[in-house]
Design a protein around this ligand. Structure first.
Ligand code: PLP
Length: 387
C-alpha cells in the first residue's frame, strides 16, 4: 500500500482527543469537568426537532438538489438580510453538512503548491491542516494578546504577496474569543485593493455569539470584495445543532458552480430532514438563541473574573464565542503539559493553545459551554492546585 504523500501532511483537531481522554477517565469513575469541548451545552430548540420529525413523516426521504432545497437557500438569504443587513442572491447560497465543509472546499479550490494561504494562528486547526494537505504554503496571521487576539490590519497586508490566493479570517474567533474591530476590517479591505487575486474566506460561525459593543462585523457588508468573498456560517453554534451537521456558505458568482460541483462529488446533498429543521431554526422564534447568548455572557464574566483571581494566570475579556484563552506563561511547563496535568491530576479538561497553532504556546483554551457550577468547581480545583 502506498498512501499519497499529502495524507502525511493532514493534521487533526486535538480537542477531539481531549474529549476521548476525558470520557475514558470518566468511565474509570473519575469526576471530570469538561471545559475542552467546543459545542453549546444546550439542546437544539424543540420546534427544530419537531420540524425534522415532521419532514420525515411527510416523506422527505430522497435526495434534494445538491446546493440545498430552494426554501432553505431563500431562508438563509433572508436571515443574512435580517442579521447582517446584506443582500444575498439565494442562488449563491450552498447548504453543506457543517461549517467545516465550506473551509475544506474553499481551501481545496485555491490550495496547490506555489500558492500561499493566510490563516489565523492560533485558529481553528483545520485551516492549517487542509492548507498543508493541498501543498500550499500556510502563512500564519499571528493573533496576539496585546491586540485582544485581533490583528493590526497593516501587519496582515504586509503578509500578502502576488502568490496569495486565499485569506482566511475568523471573527468572533475560536480559540481566543477575539473579534476583529470594524476599523481594522475597514483598513484590511481597503488594502486588499492592491491584491485583486486574493480571495477572502470569512468564517463567521460565531456571528450571533458576539458581545462586542459594535456588534458583529460581517465581511458581507463590504461591496468592494463581494466578488471574491466566501462566507462560512451554519447552525452548529447558533442553534446548538453541532450533531445535525448543517452549515451554509455564500459564494461569489464566479465560484458557486465550482463549489456545487465539489458538493456533488463529495456528498450529493445534505440530509433532507435536517434541511427542513434548518428552515424552522431560521424562521422560527429566536428566544432560545437569545437566552443561550445571555447565559454565555454571564458565564463569561464568572470565568474571566475567576481566572484572573488565580495567581500567575491572566485572562482577557473575550468579545465573542464561548471560549477564554488565558495566559499561563507564568506556570511551569508548556501549554500541552498544563493541559495534561489539569486533566489527569485535577480532572479538568481544557485544550492547550498549541492545538490551535504555534502562536498558541503559553495559553490554554477553556470553553464556558458548561454549567456555572462546573465552571466554579474547575476554577476552584485549578486555584487550589496553584495556591
Ligand atoms: N469554524 C470555527 C471557527 C469553529 O470553531 C468550528 C467548530 O468548532 C467550525 C468552523 C466548524 O463547525 P461545524 O461543526 O459546523 O463543522
Amino acid at each position: 500500500m502506498q498512501l499519497a504523500n499529502k495524507m502525511h501532511r493532514l493534521g487533526t483537531e486535538t480537542a477531539f482527543e481531549v474529549l476521548q481522554r476525558a470520557e475514558s477517565l470518566r468511565s474509570q469513575g473519575r469526576d471530570i469537568i469538561n471545559l475542552g469541548i467546543g459545542q453549546p451545552d444546550f439542546k437544539s430548540p424543540p420546534h427544530v426537532v419537531e420540524a425534522a420529525v415532521q419532514a420525515l413523516r411527510d416523506g422527505h426521504h430522497g435526495y434534494t438538489p445538491a446546493p440545498g432545497i430552494p426554501a432553505l437557500r431563500e431562508a438563509v438569504a433572508a436571515d443574512i438580510l435580517k442579521y447582517r443587513g446584506a443582500q444575498v442572491d439565494p442562488g449563491h447560497v450552498l447548504i453543506v453538512p457543517g461549517g467545516k465543509v465550506t473551509m475544506f472546499f474553499a481551501i481545496l479550490m485555491f490550495g496547490e503548491p506555489g500558492a500561499e494561504i493566510l490563516y489565523p494562528n492560533p485558529g481553528f486547526p483545520i485551516y492549517e491542516s487542509v492548507i498543508n494537505f493541498t501543498g500550499a504554503q500556510a502563512v500564519p496571521i499571528p493573533l496576539v494578546e496585546e491586540f485582544d487576539f485581533s490583528f493590526n490590519a497593516q501587519s496582515v497586508l504586509d503578509l500578502l504577496t502576488a502568490n496569495t490566493r486565499l485569506v482566511i479570517l475568523n471573527s468572533p474567533a475560536n480559540p481566543t474569543g477575539g473579534a476583529v474591530p470594524k476599523s481594522e476590517i475597514d483598513t484590511l479591505v481597503k488594502g486588499l485593493e492592491q491584491f485583486p487575486n486574493a480571495v477572502v474566506m470569512s468564517d463567521e460561525i460565531y456571528s450571533r455569539i458576539c458581545y462586542a459593543d459594535e456588534g458583529h462585523v460581517s465581511l458581507l457588508n463590504y461591496p468592494e470584495i463581494r466578488d471574491r468573498l466566501i462566507l462560512l456560517d451554519g447552525w452548529s453554534k447558533t442553534y446548538a445543532m453541532t450533531g445535525w451537521r448543517m452549515g451554509y456558505s455564500v459564494w461569489p458568482d464566479t465560484l458557486i458552480e465550482h463549489a456545487t460541483r465539489l458538493a456533488i462529488n463529495c456528498h450529493s446533498c445534505v440530509n433532507a430532514s435536517a434541511q427542513y429543521a434548518a428552515i424552522a431554526a431560521l424562521e422560527g422564534p429566536q428566544d432560545s438563541v437569545d437566552n443561550m447568548v445571555e447565559t454565555f455572557e454571564t458565564r463569561r464574566e464568572i470565568i474571566v473574573d475567576g481566572l484572573n483571581s488565580i495567581p500567575r494566570i491572566s485572562c482577557r475579556n473575550p468579545r465573542g464565542a464561548f471560549y477564554v484563552f488565558p495566559n499561563v506563561t507564568q506556570l511551569p511547563g508548556q501549554a500541552r503539559d498544563i493541559q495534561n496535568s489539569w486533566l489527569e491530576d485535577l480532572g479538568v479538561a481544557t485544550v492547550a493553545g498549541t492545538s490551535f497553532g504555534s502562536y498558541g504556546e503559553g495559553y490554554v483554551r477553556f470553553s464556558y459551554a458548561a454549567s456555572t457550577e462546573e465552571i466554579l468547581e474547575a476554577l476552584e480545583r485549578i486555584g487550589n492546585s496553584l495556591a
